[in-house]
Design a protein around this ligand. Structure first.
Ligand code: CMP
Length: 139
């Protein structure tokens, strides 16, 4: 089925001017970017987005990093988009990411791992609504 997923190009990647190279990976995999904006998050907003990780030891590091520079938030659409996006991103830790994936090619560490993608249909819906109104999604 056609799905939508929320993707974030993280500060380590925007700082290194990798937005276009990462978008090319999505498009080459058949994902369509149907919404996209470059924004600067506050640490508080990053904390709200990553609320499920609030009790994890890396929460402070994660939210500080996500507020350390611009991010590009985007909605990707396509057949099985959630799983496809996760495939294109590669494993969370770049050391475990398959060759050719975004994280294998660009990520610097498990924290500074260049991209985020929703992990399931319900979280995709919530994460898309966190950043976008329905009018901003142009499929
Ligand atoms: P993401 O898919 O954005 O969802 C949560 C993020 O937490 C994850 O990617 C990682 O970037 C980050 N993360 C997971 N484990 C660690 C860790 N041990 N140290 C720092 N950040 C982490």
């Amino acid at each position: 089925a056609t799905e939508r997923t929320l993707s974030i190009i993280k500060p380590d990647a925007t700082k290194r001017n990798l937005t276009g190279k990462i978008n090319a990976k999505f498009e080459d995999a058949g994902l369509r970017i149907i919404a996209q904006k470059r924004i600067q998050l506050t640490q508080e907003q990053a904390g709200k987005f990553y609320d499920v990780h609030r009790e994890r030891p890396f929460f402070g590091e994660l939210t500080e990093f996500m507020a350390s520079g611009p991010v590009v938030v985007q909605v990707l659409e396509g057949e099985g988009a959630i799983a496809k996006n996760r495939e294109v991103m590669g494993a969370t830790n770049p050391a475990d990411a398959a060759a050719g994936t975004i994280r294998a090619e660009f990520a610097e560490s498990v924290g500074e791992n260049s991209v985020h993608g929703s992990d399931a249909p319900e979280t995709a819906k919530e994460e898309i609504a966190f950043f976008f109104s329905g009018l901003e999604l142009v499929g």
